[in-house]
Design a protein around this ligand. Structure first.
Ligand code: CP
Length: 352
């Protein structure tokens, strides 16, 4: 099985003075800490930094659907006084070609090189969502598509979820955990639990949740069936990150044991590397694991643990109504934090 690239700055840029936000580690530890604390301040002061980026302009490109990311990025830009334009290629703007050297005699009327080049002339930052191919493991693990965007941009690019990373979600999650646990955050236990789903979902969110919790210095357990282990390179990277922060990362196929005494259960479905190697085997393995659904009984094992999910979530497939509507639920606070985190992030990007 191919593995992900070794850790990089993830800030590959077409010009040296550009800082793209492609992963949670695109910024230094000091900046990361400042951003998550600023996000908490934004939650408690709805006027904080209002209009601070007046005159700035944000271009948003969604190659894939979104509810939270689109709405919260538009809202964050408006709060800071910036204008924004949102494009959905193929639906109101030209369908894009991504392949270099392509003979463009098909549906796509515009190449990503021109699209990103032009949008860079109109805006001071770009936010782009482009999901995994689901078929080319090497390209997805290298995050080739979002890196292509960064390569052709002449303004900072914010990753709004790519094949391998979702840094805006990661920052929002870190801010929520910071508010919830304060200085005790590093003493908390965080379970990233695989959950059932009718489709083999990509790995951007689990990769990012793992990196985020590790960066917060938490003791992290990835609970997943043996068939659905995360990429070994991502696990190794998270282990190294946790070590520098005084935390730990481990994996188990015993979901109930992992939940015992946990402070956070972060549920997420993912197809994992097996999707690329043997889609039929992955589909069968996933279908056989409906008992990994997050239930009230599972949450009762935790230490008054918070239930988190990036959303959207399929009720009574991924997680029971009793959890989403019960005392452990923190997923709506988590979604709210997207807005606050992105206010902080946009202001940071525009202050560079
Ligand atoms: N969590 C998240 O990114 O939600 P959307 O896909 O709705 O943007």
């Amino acid at each position: 099985m191919p593995t992900s690239p070794s850790p990089t700055t993830s800030s590959s840029s077409s010009t040296d003075d550009l800082q793209h936000i492609l992963r949670v580690d695109a910024v230094s530890d000091a900046t990361w800490d400042a951003l998550r604390h600023t996000a908490v301040q934004h939650r408690h002061d709805g006027t904080l930094h209002a209009g601070a980026a007046s005159g700035s302009s944000l271009g948003l490109v969604f190659m894939n659907p979104s509810l939270r990311t689109r709405t919260s990025m538009e809202g964050a830009a408006a709060h800071l006084g910036a204008r924004h334009t949102t494009l959905v290629p193929g639906n109101g703007s030209w369908a894009l070609e991504w392949e270099l050297g392509a003979v463009m005699d098909g549906e796509a009327a515009e190449h990503v090189r021109e699209a990103i080049g032009v949008l860079s002339r109109y805006h001071d930052a770009l936010g782009v969502r482009v999901f995994a191919s689901g078929t080319d493991y090497g390209a997805d693990a290298q995050d080739t598509l979002i890196r292509t965007v960064a390569e052709h941009a002449t303004v900072p690019v914010i990753n709004l979820e790519s094949a391998w990373a979702h840094p805006c979600q990661g920052l929002a999650d870190a801010a929520l955990l910071t508010e919830r646990y304060g200085d005790a955050l590093a003493d908390k236990t965080f379970v990233l639990s695989w959950a059932p789903h009718p489709k083999p979902l990509p790995m951007a969110v689990p990769n990012t949740a793992l990196r985020t919790a590790a960066r917060c210095g938490m003791d992290v357990t990835v609970a997943r069936p043996d068939t659905h282990a995360l990429d070994p390179g991502v696990m190794a990277e998270a282990e190294a990150l946790a070590e520098t922060q005084g935390g730990s990362v481990s994996a188990t196929s015993d979901q109930a044991a992992a939940a015992e005494g946990a402070d956070v259960v972060y549920a997420k479905s993912w197809g994992g590397p097996l999707v690329y190697e043997n889609p039929k085997a992955e589909s069968e393995a996933r279908a056989a694991r409906s008992d990994w659904r997050i239930t009230a009984d599972l949450m009762a094992r935790t230490r008054n643990g918070a239930f988190l999910h990036c959303l959207p979530v399929r009720r009574n497939v991924v997680v029971d109504d009793a959890v989403l509507d019960g005392p452990h639920a923190a997923h709506l606070d988590q979604a709210e934090y997207r807005l606050h985190a992105q206010k902080a992030l946009l202001q940071y990007v525009w202050s560079l």
